[in-house]
Ligand binder design. Structure first.
Ligand code: DGL
Length: 272
């Protein structure tokens, strides 16, 4: 194992699979470790400080597993910790999520765009800075879709409750003329088919995951340029693994293994 280099990726739960499914095709030979912090999902209603502490501990654990690049496949964790993680580990490339307000502002014809993301993401400086830099002259409507992350965690991608939550968020945006909607949470791309049913085909949905996966390939460090050993995709959950396994089975088109890892009483992940 020593010297082996992998790609680490984490989220509060299943959402980061929307990034992982893009990455597996782009990097068919690298070994990947995915951690879903399902003991703490949802991150969205938590404080940025708390999410930052989880993100640091998960990063420490991924580095112990010989990860040479880390993808923060969670907008909330990116808002809370990305900047500080880069500072703390200057030799590790971190790839994070940034609400895709820039392409939305560039592509809108009506001048009205919607963003759906968690409360913590909207509170972070990262979001404020992308709106300030890229959305001048554009009306940006926001909604946190309360309960949607939980429905997606439960595998409920098209049921009545999921539809109700989305309609409540999207109908007022449609009335105000949105023609573009940004997935500001990595869980939400899994309900794009339902979103498009509600909005109709004339509203453009922006999922940043393909661009993030491409960025992860662009910034691969030298140690990861030549993948070593057999490819493995290992998924870890700090909670109940069923939802992770089920969604991975439909979204990851190759063999993977699923494991459990538990937070200690002192808020650390064991170094296995
Ligand atoms: N998937 C996450 C995000 O992109 C977090 C959702 C949550 O745990 O609230 O923001």
């Amino acid at each position: 194992m020593t010297g082996e280099r992998k790609i680490g990726i984490f989220d509060s739960g299943v959402g980061g699979l929307s990034v992982l499914r893009q990455l597996t095709g782009l990097l068919p030979e690298h070994s990947i470790i995915y951690l879903a912090d399902q003991a703490h999902v949802p991150y969205g209603p938590r404080t940025l400080e708390e999410v930052q502490a989880f993100s640091f501990e998960i990063t420490r654990w991924l580095l112990m597993q010989h990860c040479g690049e880390i993808i923060v496949a969670c907008n909330t964790a990116s808002a809370a910790a990305l900047h500080k993680l880069r500072k703390a580990y200057p030799n590790i490339p971190f790839v994070g999520m940034e609400p895709a307000v820039k392409p939305a502002a560039e592509q809108t014809h009506t001048g009205v765009v919607g963003v759906i993301a968690t409360p913590a993401t909207f509170q972070g400086e990262l979001y404020a800075s992308v709106v300030e830099r890229f959305a001048s002259g554009v009306t940006v409507l926001e909604d946190t879709c309360p309960g949607l992350v939980e429905q997606i965690e439960a595998g409920n991608l098209e049921g009545d409750e999921t539809r109700r939550i989305l309609e409540k968020a999207l109908f007022p945006m449609l009335e105000k003329g949105i023609d573009t909607i940004v997935m500001g949470c990595t869980h939400f791309p899994f309900v794009i088919p339902l979103i498009q049913q509600i909005t109709g085909p004339n509203v453009r949905v922006i999922d940043p995951a393909p661009a993030v996966a491409r960025q992860a390939v662009r910034v691969l460090p030298e140690t990861l340029q030549q993948p070593q050993g057999d490819r493995s995709i290992r998924l870890y959950s700090t909670g109940e693994t069923t939802g992770l396994e089920n969604l991975a089975r439909t979204s990851i088109k190759e063999t993977f293994s699923v494991h459990t890892i538990r937070w200690n009483a002192d808020n650390h992940l064991p170094l296995s």
